[in-house]
Design a protein around this ligand. Structure first.
Ligand code: SAH
Ligand code: SF4
Length: 358
């Protein structure tokens, strides 16, 4: 019989498991806390459970961990982690230190189906969805690595305390809303007071604009931030670089976003990858400012990061600044996001999955 990975379960699912073992439902909360808050890897360590329950649980269940296959740190302080999955696939996460934040960018799928022309992940195709355990383990294992257990700090064997991860962005490999069930379950575990206890306002989900899932997400009322990869101001250009636009064109996407219930003082973020000669003119900026008129939003301008074999070029910085200044003159908040970690291929759109052999 295949064992159940406790890290793949929701609190309700652990309740079901506990009840099937003839135990009281409140035990489920304790187990959930051991797995996600205290981050134990061995059921034997769950010391507030009876020895008998621990033994009973050990038979059908286990707790998985991901191994960090490689870590590279950029000259700007960004670190890229490569994780080896149980089936031989691999994924990457990027840790980005900023003044008062430590943001982890996590992957949601191995590859991506959406095939955006400017994105290496998209160009590499789709392999499979990530499970809750694989999504949450990216956070737990990086946290474990940057904040070693107290015992190793006391003996000075640790590799330095950097503090805790403060923000999570679902902007690594994959389209989060194309892995809807596992993503919602994982976000609930991230924000649960019995789970990772990450405030919802510190989590951002980025999507290429899957309208039915955006509508479903609105009803979940999770209070996380939403970022939309718009990348163009007219359908003709967006069709060229984002095939998803043929199914969900700009005007329908923006209509759906107007109905998205934002918590007070919150805005939708639009990401706009600026590609030389494609979407970097003042005409583009003008159109963008017109179509976003009635939406509470801010705009992140991301100069295109190139990669081997890419068909596009990085824009001139002068154009990017003019683009930004135009939007500011129209009273938008527009920020140029210079991707960090480009020297280690950790920048937006540079992540790819590899099959690691052996
Ligand atoms: N699939 C989701 C989240 C992952 S992509 C989405 O598309 O939103 C995260 C961000 O990286 C997106 O905003 C995307 O537009 C951007 N991106 C992809 N490739 C890029 C590249 N080569 N240079 C700069 N940004 C890129
Ligand atoms: Fe997928 Fe996002 Fe890359 Fe598009 S930009 S291919 S949706 S990961």
């Amino acid at each position: 019989m295949q064992k159940i990975n406790l890290k793949n379960l929701s609190l309700q699912e652990i309740e079901g498991l506990v009840e099937s073992l003839g135990e009281k439902p409140y035990r489920a909360r304790q187990i959930y806390e051991w797995v996600f808050q205290k981050d134990v890897s061995d059921i034997g360590e769950m010391t507030n459970l009876s020895l008998n329950l621990r033994e009973q649980l050990n038979k059908p269940a286990y707790i998985s961990r991901l191994s960090i296959a490689n870590k590279r740190t950029s000259s700007d302080g960004t670190s890229k982690y490569l994780f080896l999955l149980e089936d031989g696939n691999s994924i990457e996460s990027v840790l980005i230190p900023d003044e008062d934040r430590l943001t982890l960018c996590i992957s949601t799928q191995v590859g991506c189906k959406l095939g955006c022309a400017f994105c290496l992940t998209g160009k590499s195709g789709f392999v499979r969805n990530l499970s809750q355990s694989e999504i949450i383990e990216q956070i737990l294992s990086v946290q474990r690595e940057i904040r070693p257990p107290l015992s190793s700090l006391l003996t000075k064997e640790g590799n330095g305390v950097v503090g805790d991860i403060t923000n999570i962005v679902l902007m690594g490999m994959g389209e989060p809303l194309d892995n809807y069930e596992n993503i919602i379950k994982s976000i609930k575990t991230m924000i649960s007071p019995n789970g990772l206890k990450i405030p919802a306002r510190r989590i951002t989900l980025s999507t290429s604009g899957l309208i039915p899932e955006i509508k479903k997400l609105a009803k979940e009322n999770l209070k996380i931030n939403l970022a939309i990869s718009l990348n163009a101001s007219d359908n003709e250009t967006r069709d060229k670089i984002m095939p998803v636009n043929k199914k969900y064109p700009i005007e329908e996407l923006l209509e759906a976003l107007k109905e998205y219930p934002l918590p007070p003082n919150r805005r939708i973020t639009f990401e706009y990858v600026i590609i030389k000669g494609l979407n970097d003119s003042i005409e583009d900026a003008k159109r963008l400012s017109n179509i976003l008129k009635n939406i509470k939003c801010k705009i992140n301008l991301i100069p295109f990061n190139s990669f081997e074999g890419s068909d596009y070029e990085t824009p001139d910085y002068k154009n990017v600044e003019e683009f930004q200044n135009f939007l500011i003159s129209r009273h938008y908040t527009a920020i140029i996001r210079k991707s960090k970690g480009a020297d280690i291929c950790a920048a937006c759109g540079q992540l790819r999955s590899k099959r690691l052999e052996g």
